[in-house]
Design a protein around this ligand. Structure first.
Ligand code: ATP
Length: 359
């Protein structure tokens, strides 16, 4: 099978502002038709990377290839790439229709074709009824749809989205996430999506790159990244994790037995050569049981310190001696879920859920 040219290839990209490396030798290859997210806290370089790909900023070092062509050979306005900003950046004096048509008019596309294409994208993002309104007469969610329509109408092969849902309230944001994902699947356009919201990245993305201080710390498919974070940073930025310092007591054919602050634990999988490392376990993999009913290995006595009921699930803050542990459980039982503050209980840390981190 022929290997498809990536939509975007970034190689060793550097962008420096004074002493700050906004991008510190970043390399990434984004496949055609992929929903790819750049995830990280404020200031980690997400927007800078997007701006360099879009031609709005020029890297100090490194190469960007768009559909196999060196981006330095393509001026920003000719790149098959469009950007949707959080701020919408709509023209206030133009109607919705005018805003969407603007780019095509600049490119001197024939009038009937503009009309046809503008109508089609307005239908697609469900704003046909708003065609004659000005941006000031629109809600945040409606403005976001117009911004999206204005980008899609150019039929770009890559759409760059910089926190496009950041200004919207949670409910609308969740609705638009699903719509945006459906639209992306339907159009087959490559989406490069910037967000600092880990849940949003997990919901939307085929693959995620987690960024930290100008570098990509880990990259992978959403599920693989969540299930197998390699560093403390990724394990706690993408979801939350219990972290336990471990010292190897015995190496076994399937892993090791380690000493931790919560007692001896059996760990599965490949164990590093060093004798000390950090173990991570997701709160939902920590199985909380009443003292008598516990099954499985790696059992630890705990006290329930806090119970946070959030409807479909409950979060528990536990203490194993002095070591805090968090556990999360779906509330599948009818009625009281069974654990109260101050209660003694047992947790079971399944060996397969204990991850060995690199740092
Ligand atoms: P946010 O989520 O807040 O937008 P980000 O991850 O997108 O953050 P960038 O905007 O890419 O981060 O910024 C990366 C770093 O580069 C930051 O430390 C920022 O202060 C710095 N930076 C970005 N643009 C400039 C500029 N034009 N001049 C000076 N420093 C800049």
């Amino acid at each position: 099978m022929a290997i498809q040219t990536p939509a975007i290839e970034v190689e060793n990209l550097v962008r420096q502002f004074g002493d700050v490396f906004a991008l510190d030798h970043v390399s990434v290859s984004i496949r055609k038709g992929e929903f790819f997210s750049l995830l990280g806290p404020s200031g980690c370089g997400k927007t800078t990377l997007l701006r360099c790909i879009g031609g709005l900023d020029i890297p100090d070092e490194g190469v960007i290839r768009i559909d196999g062509t060196d981006a330095r050979e393509i001026p920003a306005h000719k790149r098959p790439v469009n950007t949707v900003f959080q701020s919408y950046a709509l023209f206030p004096h133009l109607t919705v229709r005018g805003n969407i048509a603007f780019g095509l008019q600049m490119k001197k596309v024939a009038k009937p074709e503009i009309e046809e294409r503008v109508k089609r994208v307005m239908d697609m993002v469900q704003i046909a009824k708003l065609a004659d309104r000005k941006p000031a007469q629109l809600s945040g969610g409606q403005k976001q749809r117009v911004a999206l329509a204005r980008a899609i109408v150019n039929e770009p092969s890559v759409l760059l989205l910089d926190e496009p849902l950041g200004a919207l309230d949670l409910k609308l944001r969740k609705e638009l996430q699903i719509e945006l994902l459906a639209l992306q699947r339907r159009l087959g356009i490559t989406f490069v999506y910037v967000t600092h919201d880990q849940e949003e990245a997990l919901v939307m993305s085929d693959r995620i790159a987690v960024m930290r201080a100008g570098k990509i710390e880990q990259m992978g498919e959403a599920e693989a990244l969540y299930e197998n974070p390699r560093t403390r940073y990724v394990s706690t930025f993408l979801g939350s994790c219990n972290l336990l310092e471990a010292t190897v007591r015995q190496r076994t054919p399937t892993g090791a037995v380690v000493q931790t602050t919560v007692g001896e634990l059996r760990v599965e999988g490949s164990i590093p050569d060093r004798n000390k490392f950090t173990l991570a376990i997701r709160p939902e993999k920590v199985a909380l049981c009443a003292p008598g009913e516990s099954a499985g290995e790696n059992r630890i006595k705990v006290k329930v310190v806090e119970v946070i009921y959030i409807g479909s699930e409950t979060h528990y803050v536990l203490k194993a001696g002095e070591q805090p542990l968090s556990a999360e459980a779906m509330n599948v039982k009818v009625g009281h879920q069974g654990f109260d503050i101050g209660q003694d209980a047992v947790v079971h840390l399944p060996a397969a859920g204990l991850l060995v981190l690199d740092d």
